[in-house]
Design a binder for this molecule. Structure first.
Ligand code: V47
Length: 438
């Protein structure tokens, strides 16, 4: 369906916001949102407890429209899961294999080079790379893969390696005597080889009990946050995920959101101070307030090469998919819980510019509803995805640009193709360029 063929007659009506008196606690939160005030942890719990889900979604929609108007983003990307061999055995994960187990695989650098070349030929602007913690591959394999991609497809932005992979690389390469310095040293090596940003994976839920029950052996919250802080200091942007709907409880999710928000506060505050930008009276950096609350330059210009400061771009709530994992007995979250969690993430993470409904895990159908409930991004064309398979999907999980545009339009928004750093893309023929926005 072309954009012109889309009739406004099928545009969904916006839901009315907060029927007064329905839930007084939510009405008080609605007032805070209207004023652009930060929501408390207690507010977050109220948003989970209220039966008035539609008001929660409407408030998140108000916020996303204040930030992004009628625009919704997608990108032309390709995911590569270079190896499923992993030293860890997280119980929520159905992706990992032990090295002698059937189905274990690892890509050669040559295979990755070819995949990147094909992606570039197909018009991709981003390659998103994550894998298991391989017990034997040396650091050279990782820098080699980045260099090979850069040679084969110099325009592709490489978003690669979750925080736990970065810590693994720092360990195996014995970089730096201190942990934080080791992390920074390995990030520098990877940037030098072509790394452009960090994906948000591996955060799971920042809680020690949940950690020990579902992903023991993985880095804890503090180290995950350190990796992203180091990346931001080196000028890389990154994302943050929250994997929910397994053995955590709703309060753990709100705590997770609050921890991310505090770290982003620190990052944006340090940057603002370095630029002599005045902040609001309190220390919170609320990006979604009404226009008059924004400082003109709200966010740093990222880019390791520009010596800029990085920050968290996007919060990505990931619903637990139980199939084939050791936690398969659990039912996983329902559709409405997914909708609510995404809306609450949009409302709580007031200093994250973007909120993504990752269609691979949420389904494209639910992602449409989420666009109306706080999300401004649905990720990209993906093509190959091995980590989760919803409803019997195979590794080939692809949406065309047309599919994504159609889903966005039907949800009532204007699709804009973006690059990894959310700059709009202009295409002509087989070529593309980033439209620089100042
Ligand atoms: O790190 C693993 C999660 C993540 C399951 O940054 C699971 O733009 C649900 O991080 N059910 C990888 N989730 C995906 C990811 C991501 C995806 C899209 C965009 C971006 C971005 C990041 O998936 C893992 C883990 O947290 N995961 N197993 C599961 N059974």
């Amino acid at each position: 369906m072309s954009s012109t063929a889309f009739s406004s007659a099928v545009m969904p009506e916006r839901r009315p916001e907060a029927a007064p008196g329905l839930d007084a606690r939510v009405a008080a939160i609605a007032q805070k949102v209207r004023r652009g005030q930060r929501l408390s942890v207690h507010d977050g719990m109220v948003l989970y407890e209220t039966p008035d889900l539609w008001t929660v979604c409407s408030l998140a929609d108000r916020v996303r429209r204040r930030m992004h108007g009628d625009v919704a983003y997608y990108n032309i990307n390709r995911h590569i899961n270079y190896s499923n061999i992993c030293a860890l055995s997280c119980t929520f994960c159905s992706f990992y294999r032990k090295k002698d187990q059937g189905g274990a695989y690892e890509y050669s650098i040559e295979q990755i080079r070819q995949e990147a070349a094909q992606a570039a030929q197909a018009g991709a602007t981003e390659i998103h790379i994550v894998g298991g913690l391989h017990p034997r591959l040396p650091l050279d394999y990782y820098t080699g893969m980045l260099q090979a991609i850069r040679e084969a497809a110099p325009k592709l932005h490489i978003k690669a390696f979750t925080a736990v992979e970065i810590v693994h690389l720092a360990r195996i390469s014995k970089r730096g005597p201190q942990k934080y310095q080791g992390i920074k040293a390995v990030l520098r090596d990877l940037i030098q080889a072509g790394l452009g940003s960090l994906p948000g994976g591996g955060a799971e839920v920042f809680d020690d009990r949940v950690h020990d029950e579902a992903f023991k052996g993985k880095i804890r919250a503090g180290t995950w946050l350190d990796v992203h802080r180091a990346a931001h200091e080196l000028g890389l942007n990154s994302n943050a995920t929250m994997l929910y709907g397994h053995v955590e409880c709703r309060r753990d999710r709100i705590t997770h959101m609050n921890i991310l928000r505090l770290q982003q506060d620190r990052t944006l505050r340090d940057w603002a101070n370095s630029q002599s930008i005045e902040l609001q009276e309190d220390d919170a950096v609320v990006l979604y307030g009404p226009d008059e609350m924004y400082s003109k330059h709200r966010l740093p210009t990222p880019g390791a090469s520009a010596g800029g400061s990085g920050y968290f771009q996007t919060i990505i709530p990931l619903p637990f998919i139980p199939d084939d994992s050791a936690l398969e007995r659990l039912p996983g979250p329902t559709g409405l819980e997914n909708l609510r969690t995404l809306a609450i993430a949009r409302l709580m993470l007031d200093n994250f510019p973007h909120c993504k409904a990752f269609w691979i895990m949420q389904t494209l159908q639910m992602a449409q509803l989420m666009l109306q409930s706080g999300a401004d991004d649905i990720d990209g064309t993906v093509v190959w995805y091995d980590i989760t398979k919803v409803g019997g999907a195979t590794t080939h999980q692809e949406a065309t640009a047309w599919d994504l545009q159609r889903a966005i339009r039907e949800a009532g928004f204007r699709p804009i193709e973006r690059d990894t750093l959310y700059r709009p893309i202009e295409r002509s023929g087989r070529g593309w360029r980033v439209i620089e926005t100042v």
